[in-house]
Design a protein around this ligand. Structure first.
Ligand SMILES: *[C@@H]1O[C@H](CO)[C@@H](O)[C@H](O)[C@H]1NC(C)=O
Ligand SMILES: *[C@@H]1O[C@H](CO)[C@@H](O)[C@H](O)[C@H]1NC(C)=O
Ligand SMILES: *[C@@H]1O[C@H](CO)[C@@H](O)[C@H](O)[C@H]1NC(C)=O
Length: 770
């Protein structure tokens, strides 16, 4: 009895708690408070607000999902009314809808304190969270309050989604060298279990460890279906009046239900792409779900588990029934296992159900496309043509042809215009290639060591004496050789702007460095700002500024340009071999590339189009030292293999060349020591004059105005070491955006992997034996 009343009392307590459930604090306002605290330098508050923002967003997501799944289950189940009841069926249908709506309202009210639609946020904020910006702020705050391990995890989490973010990369390098930081601290706090398992699976698979990869792929599938359920249930949101003014929206009952439901189904279908996308990538992994079975069938086969191999091959064939290789594999497995036994094994039930539902949705979506013109982009490649209405298919085909024709026409037009413009601007240049060099070097100490002829190419030059030994030393003081403290200031100075990391479209392109080397860089403006804060010698920064202009004038004069050269980007870069000495390094420190076109070595072509920096016309590299091993500069043919000339770096030596297809170049691996150089790119097009350079010009004017030429006075501008620079919208066009994620694995992107996946060799010997 006592127990009974106690539990009643407890129930009441629970009820009361629910009735007065505090509203979940909206995460947008928390995020906002976090950002504001950041600019006040109130690190504890940054941590409190940002952590809570992340938590509340996750809570909201969780509650939404659980309510939707719960209400879906509790109100599902068709009643067995006779078909000829007509409109009464509608009533029972809508009764179920209302039950479900009521269930949702109740559930969300209890869990969140209001309906979840109350928490709608703008797309900009969602983007911040997708880009994992809160971790960018958190990272600084944790660092400031000496929670280094948390800072490392936040930095890593942010970097995973922003692999082009140079400064965060530098921070991570810095953390790696810090005492007390463990490998295991570099955690991705937002990792999706299904993707993580998949990646582990592929890693083992690639290492030919079948026994190890199988559990990961199986687990990945399990997690995939959980994630899929969650992703789909989040689609049941409010109608998005995208493109409509909702005041003018006057669809009738069935049209509006259709509109909304089609939108929801579209969203559910797009879960395929969402689940297949890795953080920091634009494109989903193709055929993600089917590929699990492609890997698995081969892995099971390697383990001689033919039962499972048959099952997985059959499952894969559900998606691609005509896949030749998989059909051959199935024949092979069946033969080994015995026809009888193999015929009893069927494809996986959950995948059958998945495909059935997906096809039903696609059918409805295509119907809506055809009937109401509501666009649907199928995320899957395995959809059979029969699902698409013939009329729609014909219409689409016609549209595609028209679109292709228009694109082609526009393309031709653009090319014509481009050619005209280029002919105009390059006319004189192209005509006199080869003649157009050998101009005066302008400066007394500078001498030409090799011209195009000696360098076995065109528009190439090597000069010595561009700067003195002393100047080299002065410039080297800007590099990380100073000390860890100086380095951290470089790392921490600029990256904090949440909006500053729009990459430059180099995703997936070659990395400017290899995992074997550390890589640090600083631009002229950065150096000047650091100098201004007395974090590096201001004199060195000024010299850096002066030297870049000297090189610009030298290149302009030597190549006899009749128009001025403008800066496109300048960068002081050091590359260090990580170990004391690395035997057998075969990788290039900087892979062969051309500066203003995309090099396709296999095709012997260099294509001048985005995302290459097509506006770059001349390039120069000024070396600051030679006391390292490896690291020679090379020019190659278009094949990126045949080396035509090799240049040994040394202090004061400059390599200059035109940036086009005629000059593919690269750098051999640095095997010992540190190699430092100033890399410069120039353009003849004033529209591409670098914005950072203009800022640097202004800063120089400000710092060294005539009445204040005494250099020593510059550095007394006192700044406390404490203050991390408040986010200056950094405008640097990110040359460094070329970084690719060394850790990431490209699944199935290389043909060799695919070939490998495709199964056992069906050579004649095996066949006859069977
Ligand atoms: C094949 O793998 C499944 C699942 O791992 C296992 O249950 C089964 O015993 C295996 N069969 C053989 C013949 O190894
Ligand atoms: C940079 O050039 C200016 C103008 O030519 C000169 O006055 C100044 O001393 C130079 N600074 C350094 C550090 O070389
Ligand atoms: C140019 O080619 C010749 C002949 O192949 C070679 O001996 C020479 O070293 C090359 N020049 C440079 C600078 O590498």
């Amino acid at each position: 009895m006592a127990l009974y009343s106690l539990s009643i009392w407890f129930l009441l307590l629970l009820l009361r708690d629910n009735l007065f459930a505090a509203r979940l604090e909206p995460y947008d306002s928390l995020y906002d408070s976090g950002v504001q605290a950041y600019y006040r330098g109130d690190w504890q508050s940054v941590i409190l607000s940002m952590e809570k923002a992340l938590l509340n967003r996750e809570l909201l997501r969780r509650h939404r999902i659980s309510c939707r799944i719960q209400c879906d289950r509790s109100t599902a189940g068709f009643t067995d009314l006779p078909l000829d009841w007509g409109p009464v069926q509608d009533l029972t249908f809508f009764q179920r809808l209302m039950d479900r709506a009521a269930c949702l309202r109740r559930c969300e009210g209890e869990k969140i304190g209001a309906q979840s639609t109350y928490y709608l946020t703008g797309p900009e904020l969602e983007l911040e969270f997708t880009k994992r910006s809160p971790y960018n702020y958190l990272q600084v705050a944790y660092f400031k309050v000496h929670k280094i391990n948390k800072a490392v995890a936040a930095a890593h989490t942010f970097y995973m989604a922003n692999p082009d973010h140079m400064e965060m990369r530098q921070n991570l390098e810095y953390y790696k060298m810090m005492e007390g930081v463990k490998e295991s601290d570099f955690r991705d706090l937002e990792a999706k279990p299904h993707m993580q398992e998949f990646r582990l699976g592929v890693r083992h698979y690639t290492d030919e460890e079948s026994a190890l990869c199988i559990p990961h792929f199986e687990k990945a599938l399990e997690e995939y279906f959980i994630a899929n359920l969650e992703c789909r249930s989040l689609c049941d949101g409010p109608y998005d009046y995208d493109g409509y003014n909702y005041m003018d929206y006057n669809a009738d009952l069935f049209q509006s239900i259709t509109d909304h439901y089609v939108q929801v189904m579209n969203c559910r279908q797009s879960c395929v792409s969402e689940l297949a996308t890795q953080p920091g990538r634009d494109k989903p992994i193709e055929d993600f779900l089917p590929s699990h079975f492609n890997y698995l069938q081969f892995a099971y086969y390697s383990m001689e588990n033919y039962t499972k191999a048959v099952e997985c091959a059959k499952t894969y064939l559900l998606f691609f029934p005509d896949d030749e290789v998989m059909n051959q594999n199935l024949v092979y497995y069946t033969a080994v296992l015995g026809e009888q036994e193999a015929s009893l094994i069927s494809a996986r039930e959950d995948i059958k159900a998945y495909i059935r539902r997906s096809l039903l949705e696609k059918e409805l979506l295509y119907f809506a496309y055809d009937a109401f013109g509501i666009a649907f982009v199928d995320p899957d490649k395995w959809t059979p043509d029969t699902v698409i209405p013939t009329r729609l298919m014909e219409k689409q085909k016609a549209e595609r042809e028209t679109a292709a024709r228009i694109t082609e026409e526009i393309g031709n037009l653009m090319k014509e215009i481009e050619n005209l413009v280029e002919e105009k601007s390059k006319e004189s240049l192209d005509l006199s290639m080869g003649i157009r060099e050998g101009g005066p070097v302008l400066f007394d100490d500078v001498s030409v060591v090799m011209n195009s002829k000696a360098l076995n190419g065109s528009q190439r030059v090597v000069t010595d004496g561009v700067i003195s030994e002393e100047e080299c030393r002065e410039l080297l003081r800007l590099t990380n050789k100073c000390n860890a403290k100086c380095f951290i200031s470089i790392g921490f100075l600029f990256y904090v702007t949440a909006a500053a990391f729009a990459g430059d479209g180099y995703r997936g392109a070659n990395s400017p460095h290899t995992p074997n080397e550390k890589f640090y860089g600083v631009t002229v403006l950065k150096a000047l700002k650091l100098g201004q804060e007395a974090k590096v010698p201001l004199r060195s920064a000024y010299l850096y500024y002066n030297v870049t202009d000297k090189v610009r004038r030298l290149v302009e004069s030597y190549f006899r340009l009749d128009k001025p050269l403008y800066f496109s980007y300048s960068h002081l870069v050091c590359r260090s071999a990580i170990d004391e000495k690395q035997e057998d390094r075969k990788d290039l420190s900087h892979p062969v590339h051309a500066d203003n076109c995309i090099l396709n070595a296999e095709a012997n072509m260099c294509i001048k189009e985005h995302p290459a920096y097509t506006f770059r016309d001349y390039s120069a590299i000024l070396y600051l030292n030679g006391d390292f091993e490896g690291g020679n500069f090379i020019f190659t043919e278009l094949d990126a293999k045949t080396v035509t000339a090799e240049v040994r770096p040394q202090c004061g030596r400059m390599v200059g060349f035109s940036s086009g297809a005629e000059n593919p170049h690269g750098v051999y691996a640095v095997t010992k020591g540190q190699r430092c150089a100033v890399a410069l790119w120039f353009t003849l097009d004033p529209r591409h004059n670098e914005r950072e350079r203009v800022q640097a010009d202004d800063l120089i004017k400000m710092l060294f105005s005539p009445e204040d030429t005494d250099l020593s006075s510059g550095k007394t501008k006192d700044t406390t070491d404490e203050g991390v620079q408040k986010a200056t919208p950094s405008t640097h066009s990110d040359e460094t955006g070329k970084i690719t994620d060394a850790e990431s694995i490209t699944v199935q992107s290389s043909d060799s992997t695919l070939e490998h996946v495709l199964g056992p060799p069906l050579d004649s010997e095996v066949k006859t034996e069977l």
